[in-house]
Design a protein around this ligand. Structure first.
Ligand code: FAD
Length: 575
């Protein structure tokens, strides 16, 4: 039997992306005992991929900006599905989030007079996106890692959490294993903060890191007694790479279109003229994704199921100075010189707008002592995320939840324990390690991704979703017969088996809620229900197979409503 390590801490943070690290820093700054764990090295967390920037109405470039206008833009872009209180908290506290980063040493781009530079991002009324070149996420992640190190925050970089430990609706820790040597971890904690990211890797193409965003948040939460909100609301980015397969979905920045890149289908037509004649390639992310999807679906795509994005006509200088990351990425991944040849792209799953059901104020999940933040949580983005809002959410709710968990821990007389919960967690890992069935974990992961791509992608309809559900049921049955074979190199195969279980659960939650949302709204396109249905201006809450409930969204305060522009009945924003 693998050795089992017993660890105790006041607050356990699961996930070492931006959200988890910010929460851990808050706890350490308050003198609270904290432990942070991740299933991948912290420097490699998905947060480090974020490019464009982070939002706050600082007014450095446009003094007339305000947190109220930021809130109004966010609510409008959410197609009225964001929670107004969550939006208020993030936008009102955003400047504080930026201040915190500055205090930790973040190298923001600045104007000559020292002001933080802020640029336009799509659908913002003013320039409010702060940045560090096109490496904003990487710099934020580095800054948070350095601050956590200054505070001696203990971080375990290779611990895969398989279960949250819960008794009588109170969390008391988590169970997991070390990916290198397989040793088990029993981590006892007063409070747990879940910052384990989204579920975009359950589609064939995704912009996220390998083995991240496999839906772990969903599975850990549901087994602990939490609920998932708006799982069906997933943002697809128009330009993900098709090849190589192991990097499928890697983003080609929107800057490529912004700088003058042209989109063509396989028969050479500049197809955006049909979908948005005025703005063509400069149209919004959801429209371009839908247009590319339609071209491919209607048979005008390339043999590999893509369309062409061409920047080769741009001056060499423009490509080298404005698109250096795109240039390097294509050279590295495909040995393709974008100054000479077009790039083959297709829509790619990019961001989970839904996630765990949380209270707006402290991001408590309804299980005592258990909180969720970052892409794992829900409430801020509704049916479409405003670019740059995700990174600020990590900063704001990392701080708030760190504080809430600290207070909760301080108020606890004793930790609960449950041998039963612990035995169930142990048995699950034992059983998988002993599994010697004929089914291959990686092939089943692929099957889930195929199902989601074919039946629950950019455009959905009832018959496709039902077909997807039936195929998923077959895959779920096959999961019972997997073989798991860790080798000398480590326990990745065991991790993949858990990733697969999470992916299957996240897929079911997504398809079941997508079936219930019989309308087109923001990222959710139903070809059988092409209009927005005002009766569906609700959140959809999933608490397990077959259980989807509607949740009323509180009204938007009049002050913010007055600052919003119109949402049309076609389910698309009026620009
Ligand atoms: P993540 O960074 O995904 O971290 C999750 C953590 O959980 C990881 O440490 C992982 O190892 C750990 N974990 C997961 N499961 C387990 C488990 N079972 N056990 C242990 N650990 C586990 N947003 C913006 O606001 N602006 C941008 O410009 C922007 N650009 C983007 C560009 C790209 C290419 C991508 C992919 C995203 C972009 N985003 C952007 C979105 C933003 O980067 C993410 O939403 C955000 O970084 C998520 O942070 P997080 O801390 O919630 O999760």
């Amino acid at each position: 039997n693998a050795p089992e390590k017993q660890v105790a801490t006041s607050v356990l943070v699961i996930g070492t992306g931006g959200a988890g690290l910010r929460a851990a820093i808050e706890l350490a700054e308050r003198g609270v005992d904290v432990l942070a764990v991740g299933k991948r090295p912290k420097a490699d967390a998905h947060t480090s991929l974020a490019a464009g920037g982070i939002n706050a109405a600082l007014g450095t470039m446009d003094p007339e900006d305000s947190w109220q206008q930021h809130a109004a833009d966010t609510l409008k872009e959410s197609y009225l599905l964001a929670n107004p209180e969550t939006v208020r908290i993030v936008t009102e506290s955003a400047a504080r989030g930026i201040e915190d980063l500055q205090r930790y040493g973040m190298p923001f781009a600045r104007e000559q007079d020292g002001r933080i530079s802020q640029r336009f991002f799509g659908a913002h009324t003013y320039r409010r996106t702060a940045y560090a070149g096109d490496y904003t996420g990487l710099e934020i992640q580095r800054t948070l890692i350095n601050r956590a190190a200054q505070l001696d925050v203990p971080v375990l970089d290779s611990v895969y959490i398989t279960r949250l430990l819960v008794r009588d609706n109170v969390v008391f820790g988590a169970y997991g294993f070390d990916l290198t040597d397989g040793s088990r971890y029993v981590i006892h904690a007063d409070a747990v903060i879940l910052a384990t990211g989204g579920h975009t890797r359950i589609w064939r193409r995704t912009s996220s890191r390998r083995d991240e965003n496999t839906g772990d948040s969903f599975r850990l939460a549901v087994l602990a007694g939490c609920r998932i909100r708006d799982a069906e609301l997933v943002q697809f980015h128009p330009s993900g790479l098709i090849a190589p397969e192991n990097a499928a979905g890697t983003l080609v920045s929107e800057a490529a279109r912004g700088e003058g890149g042209i989109l063509r289908n396989a028969v050479g037509e500049r197809f955006m003229s049909r979908y948005d004649p005025e703005r063509r390639e400069l149209s919004t992310r959801d429209r371009v994704a839908l247009a590319a999807y339609t071209e491919i679906k209607e048979g005008r795509g390339t043999c590999d199921g893509g369309v062409w994005l061409d920047v080769s006509h741009l001056p060499h200088e423009t490509i080298m100075t404005r698109l250096p990351r795109v240039y390097q990425t294509l050279l590295e991944l495909q040995m393709l010189d974008i100054t000479k040849e077009p790039i083959e792209i297709a829509p790619t799953a990019h961001y989970s707008m839904g996630g765990l059901w949380v209270r707006p104020d402290d991001h408590g999940t309804g299980v005592d002592g258990l909180y969720a933040i970052g892409e794992a949580a829900s409430g801020l983005h509704g049916a479409n995320r405003l670019g740059g809002n995700s990174l600020i959410e990590l900063l704001v709710f990392g701080r708030i939840t760190g504080q809430a968990a600290a207070e909760y821990s301080a108020g606890l007389d004793a930790q609960r324990r449950s041998a039963e919960a612990l035995d169930a967690a142990r048995a699950e890992v034992d059983d998988l390690l002993a599994a010697d069935g004929p089914e291959n974990v990686r092939s089943l992961q692929r099957a889930v991704r195929d199902i989601m791509t074919e039946h629950a992608g950019v455009v959905r309809d009832e018959s496709g979703l039902l077909k997807g559900l039936a195929e998923l049921t077959e895959v779920e049955a096959r999961i019972a017969d997997v073989g798991v074979h860790p080798d000398l190199a480590g326990f990745q195969d065991l991790a993949h088996a858990f990733d697969l279980k999470s992916a299957a659960l996240a897929a079911r939650a997504t398809i079941e809620t997508a079936l219930e949302r019989r309308e087109t709204r923001g990222c959710h396109n139903r070809s059988d229900y092409p209009d927005l249905d005002p009766a569906l201006q609700v959140n959809l809450v999933w608490s397990g197979p077959g259980s989807v409930q509607r949740e009323t969204i509180p009204p938007i305060p009049a002050e913010l409503a007055a600052l919003m522009r119109e949402v049309s009945t076609t389910g698309k924003l009026v620009e």
